[in-house]
Design a protein around this ligand. Sequence first.
Ligand code: ATP
Length: 422
Amino acid sequence: MILINFLHVGIDDTDSPEGMCTTFLASQIINQLKENNVSIDGFPRLIRLNPFARHKTRGNGGVSFKIPLDNDIELAKEIILNAVGELSMFECDNTNPGVVFYEGEITSEMVDYAFKAIYEIITIDEAENFANKIGAEIHKFKKGRGIIGSIAAISLPLEDFTYELLAYRDKSKYGTERNIVRESVYRMDEETYPETFENIDYAEGYMAIEPKTPCPVLYGIRSNTVDALKKAFEMVEVEEDIVDCQIYKTNQHTDMHIQKADSIDQLRKFGCYEIIGTVKTLPKIIAGGHMFFHVADETGSIECGAYEPTKGFRKYVEDLRPGDVLRLFGGINENNTFNIEKFQLLEMNDVEYKNPLCKCGKRMTSAGKGKGFKCKKCGYKIKNNDKVEFKIDRNLEEGSFYETPVSARRHLSKPLCRMGFE
Ligand code: ATP
């Protein structure tokens, strides 16, 4: 048996809202490595971490790749460190790159660390101590916060995974409108969905493959398979140069951030969960268009939120009623509100109890406590105190899932099309 060992490389926190993208930087590095006869093994990885991390630029993603140890490792390290030093957005306070080199097997404590970086919040000191413990070589630029995500990007196992193809623009185009032929994206979606997904937000009528920021990415297409990505790439027409293109293996859209919780009292701030609860209050919309309601179980209750950017999803939420039993997927924000990403209506309460109808057709009123009902119109009285069950029409369907639209979906959220549902 030939045992190939690797130099694992993790890179994170190189970009800012004004520019750059760690995936582009890594792609530039991989090109330079190839030019210097240094090969990488398999696809580079784009790993999304805790969506509630405070210092994230956008989607809290770190990048990693593997270099077989029979390459010129010292040259590889030099190329990587020089590129991060030259291309990162250092002028932004919030950009604190970290590069991590690690040789050897991924151990179970590294896997635990990676899941902790998805489920919880980690400090720079904690990451540094962990790197020392496992014998990883860390390089901190400025505060070096990126080492937190870099170690996780190296360590996370990918049982379920997807791919993203990223096409990059010419530098002269950064910050300008992207020239993507809209109709070609619709055609691509028609031909390749559901093997590719998140291409278009049909409800809002916009191309989700196109970023809204001035970063180097022209577009990104997400898929279950590399073949579907290749087909999609051929179909999308653009009217500007693509200077580079890279396929990443990712944990995007796998629900890897979701932990199964048995009860509401187990939920913790900045964690993401699947939880079953019963609706206790009618959803209410507040100024700004955000919608809130409460769910409870025998251990407690929690406020749930569907925010304005989730647009049409709030229509489904609005239809919820006390007594509905839900399987909720989402995360606890800084206000201890559960941000809903999707829900399944497990049991629908479609029954309402009302006063009985009188034989004259008028709804009866109470005749006093324990005295039955009386009709104000014709004076008819009954002694029975029981209200009558009425079936009410509901717009939701028992058993069905409802998800936020593409435009508001988290990178880690598993869309229904990947769960085998439409
Ligand atoms: P982009 O998506 O545009 O690449 P980003 O949203 O990934 O940007 P970064 O610039 O990478 O944002 O910043 C995120 C920072 O948060 C990094 O320094 C990363 O190390 C750190 N980080 C990642 N996970 C955690 C965590 N669980 N706890 C604390 N910090 C984290």
